[in-house]
Design a protein around this ligand. Structure first.
Ligand SMILES: [Zn+2]
Length: 352
């Protein structure tokens, strides 16, 4: 009997040893599962370190607010890659990230190489435009463009200028992939803007006259998250994209102000060669240009925020152009602006 008891005790012990770690493991797994589900629903970019792979797993659906995926792209481009001076490895990393994202969304991304020349540094180098096409009911095209290079001022991440524009472009490209659009939408991430608008100039140069005539408008996205207020610029008048955006925003209760093409002119009355719409405007293609700044603070719209912040109110092209600075100085602004611009751009390309 004694030995039977001992054997029973041993069996019980073995059983407990076998069960105990199993129950621990089970508890662990369910905890992990809960965490995974909650991150999926709320894309917690504050606490989760982001990689390009993470970003590619985030799919926009009814659960995701407009602008949430854009925030993730912003974190990768500005936070992880950092400044993206044209011709450097960081510019190439950004191009590769954009291309990989287009492909994750389902597009076939095309790379258009060109040679740029930096007058200031006296060097030439290769850069590229990354292009993805969403076929619409009509073959007539709307070009949606944003430059992905940045300046490399000490400490700048090029977050506002212009990871923000690319972020809005990428989220919109993902959202429209399965939508029916009246026009064919061509998404173009331009290289080498900051050293002389090379990417957009090259894109327009490569088009023959009938291809240019086939474009009904260009949408430019540049510097969307730092400035106090949201703006849309461009050719005005009945049926213009700019006026359509303003009317749509009014109906939806979204705050955005309009400025005309002429408002952007230099003091000497010539059109401003200040962003990627320039080459399209010179080819007589109508454009709209989304930006955040504060025209109440300076006659040329260059002062983006209260002059006590940034460098006399300018964030872009300064060391203050980082996600951290903008988040700390203007809590919630990045989310608000990304939400506004993705919403307005999505409506424009699906309904105009
Ligand atoms: Zn820019």
């Amino acid at each position: 009997m004694k030995s039977i008891r001992l054997i029973t005790l041993l069996i019980c012990l073995l059983f407990l040893m076998a069960c105990f770690p199993f129950s621990l493991f089970k508890a662990d797994t369910s905890e992990i599962l809960v965490t995974e589900i909650s991150t999926e629903n709320s894309i917690d970019v504050e606490s989760t370190p982001l990689t390009p792979d993470d970003a590619s797993e985030i799919q926009p659906d009814s659960q995701n607010e407009f602008g949430e995926s854009a925030r993730v792209h912003l974190e990768v481009l500005a936070g992880e890659i950092g400044d993206r001076l044209a011709g450097t490895g960081n510019e190439t990393s950004a191009a590769e990230y954009i291309q990989s994202q287009f492909e994750v969304f389902g597009y076939t991304a095309e790379t258009q190489w060109f040679t740029a020349y930096d007058d200031y540094e006296g060097v030439s180098f290769d850069s590229s435009n990354i292009i993805a096409v969403k076929q619409g009911r009509s073959d007539k095209q709307i070009i949606v463009g944003a430059h992905y290079d940045s300046v490399n001022d000490d400490g700048s991440q090029g977050a506002d200028d212009n990871a923000s524009g690319v972020a809005v472009l990428l989220e919109t490209a993902e959202r429209v992939f399965d939508e029916e659009t009246p026009y064919t939408i061509v998404f173009v991430a331009f290289g080498a803007e900051e050293v002389g608008l090379w990417g957009s100039a090259n894109y327009v140069d490569e088009l023959n006259q009938s291809e240019q005539n086939n474009i009904i408008g260009m949408v430019n996205l540049d510097s969307l998250i730092a400035g106090d207020k949201t703006y849309v610029y461009g050719n005005e008048g009945r049926g213009s994209m700019r006026d359509w955006v303003l009317e749509n925003a009014k109906q939806k209760g979204i705050r955005i102000e309009g400025k005309t093409d002429e408002d952007l002119y230099y003091e000497d009355g010539t059109p401003c060669e200040c962003s990627d719409f320039d080459a399209f405007e010179k080819a007589y293609i109508p454009y709209v240009f989304f930006e955040a700044t504060n025209w109440d603070l300076s006659p040329d719209g260059m002062v983006q925020v209260d002059p006590q912040y940034g460098v006399n109110g300018e964030i872009r092209h300064t060391e203050f152009d980082t996600i951290e600075y903008i988040d700390e100085t203007f809590p919630g602004r990045i989310e608000d602006h990304l939400n506004t611009f993705v919403t307005l751009l999505f409506d424009l390309v699906t309904q105009y």
